[in-house]
Ligand binder design. Structure first.
Ligand SMILES: [Zn+2]
Length: 111
């Protein structure tokens, strides 16, 4: 017997009736259908948007707007932990402030 979607032969121990790829696709379809249904509920949506906003603002409130992009890059592109990225940004802010005191010019250090 093969995968119910593509007919690819399955191993004897397969229990899902789908190959790995289509079993995954089936699951993600179910999950997105479920979240679509949840998001269609205004109460659920409000609650979760509120929670996400609070969390987002709280977690990044320490970081000046000008540095948020750098912070995001450190985390998402360079994969530093939140604590490491914060330390680096804070060091950068301190360095920029020192330079400002010396030169009177506020220049952001470029990563
Ligand atoms: Zn398949």
């Amino acid at each position: 017997m093969g995968c119910a979607t593509c007919g690819k032969p399955l191993s004897a121990v397969n229990q899902s009736g789908y190959c790995r790829k289509h079993f995954g696709a089936l699951n993600s379809e179910r999950t997105s259908e479920q979240s679509r249904r949840q998001w269609a509920n205004p109460e659920y949506r409000l609650k979760h948007i509120g929670a996400m906003r609070r969390l987002g603002q709280h977690r990044i409130a320490w970081c000046p707007l000008e540095y948020r992009e750098d912070y995001r890059i450190l985390k998402r592109v360079k994969h530093y932990s939140a604590a490491q990225a914060r330390e680096m940004i804070e060091a950068r802010i301190a360095a920029d402030l020192r330079r400002y005191e010396l030169t009177g010019q506020l220049q952001r250090t470029v990563a």
